[in-house]
Design a binder for this molecule. Structure first.
Ligand SMILES: NC(=O)c1ccc[n+]([C@@H]2O[C@H](COP(=O)([O-])OP(=O)(O)OC[C@H]3O[C@@H](n4cnc5c(N)ncnc54)[C@H](O)[C@@H]3O)[C@@H](O)[C@H]2O)c1
Ligand SMILES: [Zn+2]
Ligand SMILES: [Zn+2]
Length: 350
C-alpha cells in the first residue's frame, strides 16, 4: 500500500535548517515511476543547494537528495524499461530532452533543458521520490543499499572525471579533495590501473586515501602540492579536483606535467587564475566535468558490484540531516554519510 503522505526533509529558505515535514506522495506521470527510498547519500552539492551559493538556484521549497536508492513501487503511463520491485537509483541527471545535439550524441549531461534531482525537482531526502524511468540507474536485487547509494552521484562523477583526465594505465593521477567524491576517485583510479596521489588539507582524509591505495599523499596546508608531486614523479598526467575550494584548482593545475589534463569536479563559488604562458607552452588541458551519462553510470555501478570500489559510509537518520550538513561544512566527514530511510526487507511486491 502506498500512503498518501510521506516524511521528507524540506528546505524553505536558504541558510535555514531543513524541517522534517509530512508531504504528499505524488503519482507518477507519463514515463515516470514512484520509488520507495531505502537509502540516500548526502552530497556536498546538497549543501550548495540549501545554502543557495550557485549562480543557478534550486526550486523552493525543495526536498534535496540525488543519491536515492530504492524500489520501484508504481509505474506511470508509457514506462517500458523497468518493473515494480526493481532496484533503481535516482540521480542528479534526473531527465533530459532526448533530442538536442547533446542528447543525441551521448552527452545528455549537457542538455540545456535537463532537470536535476534534489535541485530543480524534488529529490531523495524523503520516503518516496518520483523519477523519470528513462534516466534512472539500474541495480540488481539484494544489494547493500547504504553502500551503493554514493555511487549514484559521487561514484559516477569521479569515474567520468577520471576518464576526462585521459590519464592512461601506468600514468599518474592526482585526486584533490578526499571527501565523498575523492575517496571513491582514489579507488576508481587504482582499478583503472593508474598511479594515485592524494591531496587534501586534513591528515585524516589523507590517511583514508593511503588505506584505499594512494601511493603519495600531500597535505596542501603543509606543503605546495605541485612542487612536491613534480619532485616525486615529474608531474601528474591527470589531475581531478573534487575539493570545494578555489585554491585547490590553482594548486591542482601546478601539479600537472607537460601535456597534462586537469578535470574539474568541485563546484565552489568563484574562479581561479589560469596562467597563460604555462598553459600554452605546456599544452595543458583544463576541462569541466559534470556527473556522467547513463552509460557512465552503468559502468561506475559495475566497478562497485565487482567489489573494486567500496564507499566508506556512515549511516544515519533523515532527522539528523542538519547535523550532517554542519559536519560537512567543517570537513569532518570521512567518506559519505548515507541517510537510511527504510529497511530493505520492509518492501513486499503487491
Ligand atoms: N561536477 C559534478 O558533477 C559534481 C558532482 C558531485 C559533487 N560535486 C561538487 O564536488 C565538491 C565536493 O563534493 P563532496 O561531496 O566530495 O564534498 P565533501 O565535503 O565530502 O569533500 C570535500 C573534501 O575536500 C577537502 N578539501 C577542502 N578544501 C580543500 C583544499 N583547499 N585542498 C584540498 N582538499 C580540500 C575536504 O577536506 C574534504 O575531504 C562539491 O563542490 C560538490 O558540489 C560536483
Ligand atoms: Zn552529488
Ligand atoms: Zn537534450
Amino acid at each position: 500500500m502506498i500512503p498518501k503522505t510521506m516524511k521528507a526533509a524540506v528546505i524553505r529558505e536558504f541558510g535555514q535548517p531543513l524541517q522534517i515535514e509530512e508531504m504528499p506522495v505524488k503519482e507518477p506521470g507519463e514515463n515516470q515511476i514512484l520509488v520507495k527510498v531505502i537509502a540516500c547519500g548526502v552530497c556536498h552539492t546538497d549543501l550548495h543547494a540549501v545554502t543557495g551559493d550557485w549562480p543557478v538556484q534550486p526550486k523552493m521549497p525543495l526536498i534535496p537528495g540525488h543519491e536515492a536508492l530504492g524500489y520501484v513501487v508504481a509505474l506511470g503511463r508509457g514506462v517500458k524499461n523497468v518493473h515494480e520491485g526493481d532496484v533503481v537509483g535516482v540521480p542528479w541527471l534526473y531527465s533530459a530532452c532526448g533530442g538536442c545535439e547533446f542528447c543525441i550524441t551521448g552527452w545528455e549531461t549537457l542538455c540545456d533543458t535537463q532537470q536535476n534531482g534534489g535541485y530543480s525537482v524534488d529529490g531523495g531526502f524523503a520516503e518516496y521520490v518520483i523519477a523519470d524511468s528513462r534516466y534512472i540507474a539500474h541495480f540488481p536485487p539484494n544489494i547493500n543499499f547504504t553502500q551503493m547509494a554514493p555511487i549514484i552521484c559521487a561514484g559516477v562523477t569521479v569515474y567520468k572525471g577520471l576518464k576526462e583526465t585521459e590519464a592512461k594505465p601506468g600514468e599518474w593521477v592526482a585526486i584533490s579533495g578526499i571527501g565523498g567524491l575523492g575517496h571513491l576517485a582514489v579507488q576508481y583510479a587504482k582499478a583503472m590501473g593508474l598511479h594515485v596521489a592524494a591531496i587534501d588539507i586534513s591528515d585524516d582524509k589523507l590517511a583514508l586515501a593511503k588505506r584505499l591505495g594512494a601511493e603519495l599523499v600531500v597535505n596542501a596546508k603543509e606543503q605546495d602540492p605541485g612542487e612536491f608531486l613534480k619532485k616525486q614523479t615529474g608531474g601528474m598526467h591527470g589531475v581531478l579536483v573534487t575539493a570545494p575550494s578555489p585554491i585547490a584548482f590553482k594548486q591542482g593545475l601546478s601539479a600537472l606535467r607537460r601535456k597534462g589534463t586537469i578535470a574539474l569536479n568541485g563546484l565552489p563559488k568563484g574562479s581561479f587564475d589560469l596562467p597563460i604562458f604555462e598553459t600554452v607552452l605546456n599544452r595543458y588541458t583544463v576541462r569541466g566535468s559534470i556527473v556522467g551519462t547513463r552509460k557512465d553510470m552503468q559502468e561506475a555501478i559495475e566497478f562497485a558490484l565487482d567489489g573494486k570500489v567500496k564507499a566508506t559510509v556512515h549511516p544515519t537518520k533523515l532527522e539528523d540531516i542538519n547535523a550532517v550538513f554542519d559536519e560537512m561544512k567543517k570537513g569532518e566527514i570521512e567518506g559519505r554519510v548515507v541517510l537510511e530511510i527504510a529497511k530493505p526487507e520492509h518492501y513486499h511486491r503487491s
